[in-house]
Design a protein around this ligand. Structure first.
Ligand code: AMP
Length: 302
């Protein structure tokens, strides 16, 4: 089963208490597709500018990511500048330059239109819906967003959410979108917008899934050396959707496994800046960390 993603491909400039990087490879769709590529075939929809270097294209190709839907437009690539203080759960956006995304008109290659698994990574909700409308019969649609779009395009975001099955969202953004401070109430409120499943990402505290069948809680892997949390949410989503598309069976047990796979991918992402850690990951490392997660939450019956 293939997996289609639309989202940002970006140059990020990031500062954390442990160092800083300038104009490195980033973007929601980049992190997502790289993480997902360990599990399934990924089709990428995005746009970059003429300044986007060939070495990044070669990297995506090396991960066997289908980039026939990656347009190159005249203008500059999307740029994001962010900073984290010692509380690494909270990204502070210093600057967002949409650049080529401001006039992006996504047109799906014919080969993408039959894809059944779709991820609308963090980008303008208008673009998310435009892409989704071109997919003939999606089986599972998941979506992510952030405060930038909740504040700038609330109506458009609500329109997109009508067609979404699963929303992955940060804790603070879940509160902002629902206007509820209690997380359980926030998730229930967001469900009324469309998605049946809400996955709230809580940084170093893990993830909570809310659905009609109850609540599932996954821890985050206790990492000793977190360098840069950028992309953790997208890597989580990449592992989550990549796994579901590979098993092609969306039942509760598989969704729970997918949440742990997502947590595994996020835990690797934060170990280095940009995609440096995800780039050199092996399947064995993924498997081992999955088993460590199992151990982390195992306890005997009373
Ligand atoms: P996260 O997984 O939430 O840490 O996502 C980080 C990535 O999101 C960065 O690599 C940014 O390039 C990208 N990003 C930041 N702001 C936006 C935005 N407004 N729209 C789309 N992508 C963004």
């Amino acid at each position: 089963m293939g997996l289609l993603v639309v989202g940002s491909v970006a140059f990020d400039s990031v500062e954390t208490p442990f160092g800083k990087v300038k104009d490195v490879l980033g973007g929601s769709a980049t992190y997502f597709s790289t993480a997902a590529s360990y599990f399934t075939d990924v089709q990428l929809v995005a746009v970059v500018g003429r300044d986007f270097p060939d070495k990044h294209i070669q990297f995506l190709k090396k991960r066997k990511i289908d980039i026939s839907g990656l347009q190159k437009a005249s203008g500059k690539t999307f740029r994001w500048k962010g900073k984290y203080d010692f509380d690494l759960n909270q990204a502070h956006t210093l600057d967002t330059q949409l650049n080529v995304f401001a006039s992006f008109n996504p047109k799906l290659p014919e080969t993408y239109r039959n894809t059944e698994y779709v991820f609308l990574a963090n980008i303008d909700p208008v673009l998310q819906l435009q892409v989704l409308r071109q997919v003939i019969k999606p089986k599972l649609v998941a979506c992510d967003t952030m405060n930038f779009w909740i504040e700038k395009k609330p109506k458009e975001l609500k329109e997109t959410l009508k067609y979404v099955d699963i929303l992955t969202i940060n804790e603070a953004e879940a509160r902002e979108l629902s206007k509820e401070s209690n997380l359980v109430k926030a998730a229930r409120q967001i469900m009324t917008f469309g998605p049946e499943v809400i996955i709230v990402k809580r940084g170093e505290y893990g993830a909570l899934m809310f659905s009609d069948s109850g609540i599932f809680s996954a821890p985050a892997y206790p990492i000793e050396s977190v360098f840069d949390p950028t992309g953790a949410g997208d890597s989580f989503a990449g592992g989550f959707m990549g796994y579901l598309s590979s098993v092609d069976n969306i039942d509760d047990a598989n969704i729970r496994q997918a949440i742990i796979v997502g947590s595994v991918m996020a835990s690797f992402d934060v170990e280095d800046f940009s995609l440096n850690r995800l780039k050199k990951l092996t399947n064995l490392e993924i498997e081992n960390r999955y088993n460590e997660f199992k151990q982390l939450t195992f306890f005997e019956d009373l």
